[in-house]
Ligand binder design. Structure first.
Ligand code: 5GP
Ligand code: ZN
Length: 114
C-alpha cells in the first residue's frame, strides 16, 4: 500500500528503530512511547485492521500473538507483564490503518482506558 506509513517502514522508506524482523513480521519502537517499553508488532501483509482479518489469515494471526509474547519477554516484560493492545478504526482510536499490536510495559498501566 503506497500511502501507508507502516508499509513505508517495512520498505525502509521511513526509518524506524527495529527490534525484530522476519519474512512475515516487523517490530519497532513506537515513535511516541507511552511506557518504558512500547513497541509495535506488524504483519508485513497490509491488513487495515483486525476487522479485516480473513479466515485465511488465521495462521498469521496466531503467529502474531506468539511473536508478541516472545518479544515482550525479550524486552523485559516476562515477570511483571505488559499490555497488548490492538486499536481498531474510529472508536478504537486507530490512527494508522495497518494492523498492529502495541506492547506496553515497564510500568503499571491503569484500566479502564479513557
Ligand atoms: P494507533 O493509534 O493506530 O493504534 O497506533 C499508531 C501508533 O503508531 C502510535 O502509537 C504512533 O505513535 C505510532 N507511529 C505513527 N507514526 C509512526 C512512525 O512513523 N514511526 C513509528 N516508530 N511509530 C509511529
Ligand atoms: Zn500498510
Amino acid at each position: 500500500m503506497t500511502d501507508c506509513i507502516f508499509c513505508k517502514i517495512i520498505a525502509g522508506e521511513i526509518p524506524s528503530r527495529k527490534i525484530y524482523e522476519d519474512d512475515e513480521f516487523l517490530a519497532f519502537h513506537d515513535i511516541t512511547p507511552q511506557a518504558p517499553v512500547h513497541f509495535l508488532l506488524i504483519p508485513k501483509k497490509h491488513i487495515r485492521n483486525i476487522m479485516e482479518l480473513e479466515p485465511e489469515d488465521s495462521v498469521l494471526a496466531g503467529r502474531l500473538l506468539n511473536k508478541a509474547q516472545e518479544l515482550a519477554k525479550e524486552q523485559g516484560c516476562a515477570e511483571e507483564g505488559a499490555r497488548f493492545v490492538i486499536n481498531c478504526k474510529t472508536n478504537g482510536g486507530q490512527t494508522v490503518d495497518h494492523l498492529h499490536i502495541h506492547v506496553l510495559g515497564g510500568r503499571f498501566l491503569t484500566w479502564p482506558p479513557g
